[in-house]
Design a protein around this ligand. Structure first.
Ligand code: ZN
Ligand code: ZN
Ligand code: FE
Length: 765
């Protein structure tokens, strides 16, 4: 007879881990107990030696599907003579390092129960079990137990209680367990909050309204979604006007996978993502078949599609039987609404009806967006289903670093144990509401993990709101106030991709985005940085050019184009010869002369070198887009342009020059000359675009060869471009150099916070 204590860390709570341990112990005839504590799961088992060995061996093999074991330690103790195996009350004393589980899409068993007449939960919109349901959006504090969730206000009925306590049951210790008798209920109200219908009738009425072309605000898992008929051009147009969202693509929720496949090409890997427990929005190629209104994703060969992921969505989509626009419940870039009253107030002018319920949402969590690039999943927006999953990072001294991220697509990161946790997508810190949401998420993470930072890491940019928040944190508390670490933006990008791939420096980091504050106070954005976690050296960058209006003009690609053309052709931009270039002909003569004067004198025209601006310039020069209605639109459409009719064509490229120096400078003026002359030679826009992409891949290869580096790390928003990323991959085929791209963190500024934390940790060693 022996006794062992076993400690497990990782994603082991909220995934049915204790019930699993209970059954395994019982099957092997072992006595003892299991409990959750703040760092994971503790077990004691007592019994015959071979049975205990078997027990330890089988834990990682038979663990629940959503569980992830980070460490398993065990030690022998003197037997005490347990007489049964039990699940004990959770402890809440130690450091909070256990991983909070993201929300999990409805499982097959729950779904079939909901669809079976006579079942207790037939058509019940809050059905869940230990394998599925809300987690992160309802957890108030750790360890994860019902009283610590927003389900605490619902008292279990005798039937639910029986299931909750029965080891054989799928709902054994399922914390959000609920049924029509004791659980949350739905209500349909009008835009003023007046009740129109409740329970099943609310669902049926909601579907009817959407079918009639009305806009429905529906309370989901991490916030309200705005829903309307995706086939109805007029309705979608109305939604765009009310949401102040001109052209940015909307995501579409389809009732079934089969229907997605009717409208879009779905590769096996994309299908797997759609059906996964994370159930994200997946960007897939449109089939060009009618049915979805053109203004859902205008002039875009891709469509963001998803499947129902919570019982309420399933029931509504079954009732509807057609695809709907499903977009975050907000106006433009505000945070998603979560409270019923908040939704009525903020979305009252947008939605016609509100499908609400009385289970509170604790955290704003948007739908995640992913794309498959060259056989690899690329995260574009990391939120529901993924947040707050961490990336591993060695932190032997257990230092607590908080990374406050950048400005756009903000996220918050922090180190806890040997992990860097990362918050859900917070959004652009432009509006007052976004800043509120940033503070709210920051407070809730600090609360959840009882986190108080030793160090706060911020962007080098003195004007970012996130930087100011960090500076305030350092100044306010006199005693025990954290240190401040300022981290260069592009270095943070590279560090985040290094974390994402578990690689150490030195690497050649290629960090391309719109703009980031450089160590010299100038805007950077086309960086080649030889990086370690500690430090970096600026090896090369692209030639800067003047942008009239500076970053304010980032949404006007024609301004970027004019800056690059002036740099290339000087006063010739006013000549007849160049007057037919679309980027020039879109201005009237007077405006053109004024802008040229600004470029000449530098008046209100700071130097920029962001790769995003260079993409804008090319997009404008060849007439793809002159004005953007959302960030990155011109660059995105330039990528799409390259897909048109270029299949199998040989990848030609433009000339360029690399001027050696410290740092070296990539002179792109030969590229611009080549593009303009191709334009005059009536070379197709798709070919020009492809050649431009290929040229950039060639440049990366040449600089990597010269630098004699064998690990290349790609990060920054520009690498959301699937064509560029795959061409870079191809450029290194057959070489000994390995190219690392992002996997579970986004290449855009959503990854910055993790990079900041990693760099601050490395510096503190
Ligand atoms: Zn389930
Ligand atoms: Zn019940
Ligand atoms: Fe960036």
């Amino acid at each position: 007879m022996i006794r062992k204590r076993i400690r497990l860390t990782g994603a082991v709570q909220g995934v049915g881990f204790r019930p699993f341990i209970y059954r395994l112990a019982r099957d092997l005839g072992l006595n003892g107990w299991v409990l959750n504590d703040a760092s994971g799961v503790q077990i004691e088992v007592e019994g015959e030696g071979p049975a205990i060995r078997k027990f330890i061996e089988l834990i990682p093999v038979r663990k629940p599907a959503m569980a992830h074991i980070e460490s398993l330690e065990h030690k022998a103790l003197r037997p005490v003579g347990y007489t049964k195996f039990e699940i004990r009350m959770s402890l809440g004393r130690e450091e909070r390092t256990v991983q909070v589980i993201p929300d999990i899409a409805t499982c097959g068993e729950c779904l079939s129960e909901m669809n079976t007449k006579g079942e207790r939960r037939y058509r019940y919109p809050f059905t869940n079990c230990t394998n599925c349901g809300p987690r992160y959006t309802i957890i108030e504090k750790l360890p994860y137990d019902r009283p610590s969730t927003t389900m605490s206000g619902f008292t279990m009925c005798p039937d639910c209680k029986r299931e909750y306590e029965a080891p054989e049951d799928r709902r054994f210790h399922a914390q959000p367990i609920a049924c029509p008798v004791c659980g949350p209920r739905v209500t349909l109200t009008d835009a003023k909050g007046r009740k129109v219908a409740e329970r099943d009738d609310a669902l049926i009425q909601s579907a009817k309204k959407v079918g009639e072309g009305l806009i429905l605000a529906m309370k989901g898992l991490g916030g309200f979604l705005l829903i309307c008929d995706a086939r109805n051009l007029a309705t979608v147009k109305r939604l765009r006007a009310k949401k102040y969202r001109e052209e940015k693509p909307f995501a579409v929720m389809f009732p079934t996978l089969e229907e997605i496949k009717e409208h879009c090409e779905v590769a096996p890997q994309e299908q797997e993502l759609l059906l996964s427990p994370q159930s994200p929005i997946v960007l897939v190629k449109k089939r060009g078949k009618g049915g979805i209104a053109e203004n859902v994703a205008p002039s875009n060969p891709f469509l963001g599609v998803m499947l129902p992921y919570a019982p309420l969505h399933h029931l509504l989509m079954d009732e509807l039987g057609f695809p709907v626009v499903a977009t975050s419940g907000n106006k433009t870039d505000d945070p998603i609404a979560i409270d019923n009253d908040e939704a009525l107030q903020r979305l009252g002018g947008v939605a016609d009806f509100f499908l609400m319920h009385d289970r509170p949402i604790l955290r704003r969590v948007d739908d995640s967006v992913v794309r498959v690039v060259g056989g690899q999943t690329m995260m574009l927006r990391r939120a529901r289903g993924y947040a707050p999953k961490p990336v591993p990072f060695a932190n032997p001294d257990g230092i607590h670093v908080l990374g406050l991220g950048g400005h756009l697509k903000n996220t918050i990161g922090f180190s806890q144990g040997n992990n860097i946790f990362v918050s859900q997508h917070v959004g652009d810190l432009e509006a007052y509401e976004a800043l509120q949401s940033f503070n709210e998420i920051l407070a809730s993470l600090k609360d959840l993990y009882e986190f108080s930072p030793d160090t706060v890491a911020v962007d080098l940019h003195p004007g970012y709101i996130s930087t100011k928040v960090g500076e305030d944190m350092v100044q306010s508390g006199s005693k025990g106030a954290p240190d401040l670490q300022r981290v260069q933006h592009h270095h943070a990008h590279i560090a985040s991709c290094m974390c994402d791939n578990g690689v150490d420096g030195p690497v050649l980091g290629v960090s391309w985005d719109g703009v980031g504050y450089g160590t010299d106070g100038v805007a950077w954005g086309s960086e080649f940085l030889v990086s370690t976690f500690n430090d970096f050296e600026r090896l090369a960058h692209f030639l800067p050019f003047r942008l009239v209006g500076g970053e304010q003009a980032a949404r006007r690609p024609s301004r970027s184009a004019l800056g690059t053309l002036y740099q290339t052709f000087g006063d010739d931009i006013l000549s007849d010869r160049l007057s037919e270039v679309p980027a020039i002909s879109c201005f009237d003569r007077n405006e053109l002369v004024t802008l040229r004067d600004c470029l000449k004198t530098g008046f209100n025209s700071p130097l920029v070198c962001g790769m995003g601006r260079l993409f804008d310039a090319v997009s404008s020069i060849i007439g793809v887009r002159q004005e953007c209605s959302f960030e990155g639109q011109a660059a995105m459409e330039l990528e799409f342009e390259a897909y048109r009719g270029t299949k199998g064509s040989r990848a030609l490229a433009y000339e360029y020059e690399i001027r050696s120096g410290k740092p070296a400078v990539v002179d792109w003026r030969p590229i611009m000359r080549g593009i303009v002359s191709d334009h005059f030679a009536r070379v197709k826009r798709s070919t020009i675009s492809l050649k431009f992409h290929q040229t950039l891949a060639n440049i990366i290869r040449e600089i990597a060869d010269n630098a004699n580096m064998n690990r290349i790390v790609l990060s920054g928003g520009v690498f959301q471009n699937a064509l560029l990323t795959s061409l870079v991959g191809k450029a290194f085929k057959g070489s000994l150099m390995k190219v690392y791209m992002h996997k579970s963190l986004p290449p855009n500024d959503g990854g910055i916070s993790v990079g900041q934390v990693a760099i601050a940790l490395a510096r503190s060693r």
